[in-house]
Write a protein that binds this ligand. Sequence first.
Ligand code: ANZ
Ligand code: ZN
Length: 858
Amino acid sequence: MREYNFSEIEEKWKKKWEEEELFKNKSKEEGKENYYVLEMFPYPSGNIHMGHVRNYTIGDVIGRYKTMNGYNVLHPIGWDSFGLPAENAAIKNKIHPYKWTLSNIDNMKKQLKMLGFSYDWDREIATCKEDYYKWNQWIFIKMYEKGLVYKKKSNVNWCNSCNTVLANEQVKDGKCWRCDNEVIQKKLEQWFFKITDYADELLEGHKKLRKGWPEKILTMQKNWIGRSYGTEINFKLEDKEVNIPVFTTRADTIYGVTYLVIAPEYDLVDEILEERPEIREEIMNMRNEDKISRMAEGVEKTGVFTGRYVINPLNNERVPLWIGNYVLTDYGTGAVMAVPAHDERDFEFAKKYNLEIKIVISPKGEELKVEELEKAYTKKGILINSKEFNGMENKKALNEIARYIEEEKIGKKTVNYRLKDWLVSRQRYWGTPIPVVYCEKCGMQMEKIENLPIKLPSDIEFTENGNPLESSEEFKNAICPKCGGKARRETDTMDTFVDSSWYYLRYTDPKEKGIAFKRENADAWTPVNQYIGGVEHAVMHLLYSRFLHKVLRDFGMVSSDEPFKNLLTQGMVLGPSNYCEKNKKYYNSSELVDGKCPECGEKVITKVEKMSKSKNNGVDPEHIIKNYGADTARLFTLFAAPPERELEWNENGLVGGHRFLTKLWRLVVEKPEFIGEKEINIKKVNKEEKKLVRKLHQTIKKVTESIENNFHFNTAIAATMELLNEMTTFKVEILEKGNYGEEGKNVWGDAVKKLVLMLSPFVPHITDELWNSLKMNGTVYKEEWPKYVEEWTKSDEVILAIQINGKLRDTIEIAINKDKAEIEKMALDLPKIKKYIEEKEIKKVIVIPNKIVNIVIK
Ligand code: ANZ
Ligand code: ZN
């Protein structure tokens, strides 16, 4: 008997699959429905990590499972291969980003192949290649023609360590999403995509997505888009014919306005500074605070009086105009009517600067007093001090006042969004060149389509100062597409999130040369049936691609409204981190000496945290594959937790997984003489054998349902483990002892085959080997997923409780649906029961079939 030699087996099958082009998708297969499963494509950093292993294993199981269920499955992979790390490596190691990237791709491809993923490598794409980024440029120009791209000078986020601007979505808690560095504000001219044009549709689309997307992702997008209905009201400057419009969601509080606040960046501020240079420093300090902390609760509010007044258009009151740090320049109008009595932030500000507080809403039947007010009253109530609106419920007053304002033309109802346009230009080399030139005569011009792709120049010096493209004369010197004269090329490149916003469409038509992708192909496969990736992309990639998909739809390039029908966000992979307080360093578990710091011998602090380079707590997938095999690595990541939850790495789990596969191996390979090959004749199956048939069908049911129910592979695998245990007992007790009947071997053979089939999506190498050892040909990938017979999952016996005077005294296992008289007789014949009823008078026997027998005695 052969032992389970995983490396030999895995090698052999991977080669076979490749030779047979098993995973190559033929665009169409007669009679089969299409199914597109996709994992977020990797950034080629150099090596895969456990997060990749988890992500791609989940996708692979889905792809294999759907294939066995009769779908024509598309399962592609590629590389999100533009981006900063390549450029930083170039500066550090003097290796060109292209070279660095391609060699990383090579290595990671080799690693992914080790895991036996069912990718159609024929469709592989890399976004840094000309045949891909050409279409980014094409999309950019088309969007410009439709008014969806513009260039504008504004306050933007700047990361000093990445040396480039960032989109709002890429700033997390005031820090750069990529490098965690503090982000500052700069006034720069930049390129934007008009995602705000689609804000409403991006929100409405949630209705459709609710069925297939995690609620938390939709909530994050909803909050990010932040739609808010309100009123814009004009407050006129006292001494000038200039309006300062404010955005408010609480028009009902307008009689309570005691001052107005504008953002320190507000246009008027520069004019005020000329009059009052003494406040310059305060203003500059406010401007330098970052946006996040300016808005945050509990942060000190600061402000300064401008010396000017505005007029409240409803009661003509004179209202002082202030500049305050808590007003943001890019929300609403950048100006706020302050109502300290009913807004927390205004209240805090008014208290600090001793500004008037005026109550205009009181709870029903109560009158609030300013002297007693300890915080803003923000609940509902009845209007007071509001002239003709007095006595009105505030909700009604809100509508009435807003209507009045519109009628009197002192303002209008508006909608505001937190979402801002997507800043897509970057001051870096390793990205798609923006296809624009600046002509001395004609000004800014889009490139001609026939000139695409505008290629990145290769003779570049990578230094730490500034955008390397600026230093390439060859690149910068261009010809104006309009007049043919001398022009200068735009040196900004595109945000790499542009690349990843439509790559799933390119997979449907990866080799097409004349267009980004043909509509018929895109429509055949999208929306992607199942998308899998990290939750960290909730308001970056997942929002941008929804936007771009809609744009492409409006170009007539694709029919669907959404890119991803179902989304699974897998949990993080956690591992133990070990921190030495003395050395202020993290050590990998494998470096510790007797659990202590290898350098100073002190005890380390161990925590379970997300695997990361900075915590030095990663495990190397390649190492695991070499020691345990790809199947074990796959099994462990699938079994340790349901996909959406965190997965805690532990070596024991891996060992356990390997033990299970070894048991499986022996079960199938040892004593092949017991494996019957005929179809089961259920009528001839004896009682013990029937138990196994039942367990098998219950398992098929459980595994199928667990996969169908949000891909809960962990419960599916647990069920196969139970089955394996029961089969082991059957083998030892029934087969090896010769206690089997006419159908025994067939029952066994059937169970063995179906167990192998069921496990194949999870552990495809060992199952293909076992399948062939069962004298079956080819790969399990091409077999059909096993079906269960509902009737056979049910026991034909029931356990009845036997009670005497309501107390449980015994149980009995009998055939289902026996008649009452028979049950009664059997119950009374039980030895235990006999003992209780000896010499007693039986008054009554109540039989509830399939449930209970109650004997009433005196
Ligand atoms: C008067 C008022 C009275 C307000 C009241 C609230 C309560 P959302 O729901 O987020 O849209 N606001 C408007 N523009 C602002 C800006 N640029 N920076 C900071 N705050 C701004 O919030 C809308 C409310 O936030 C607006 O309604 C305004 O304050 C403030 F009892 O106006 B309110
Ligand atoms: Zn950065």
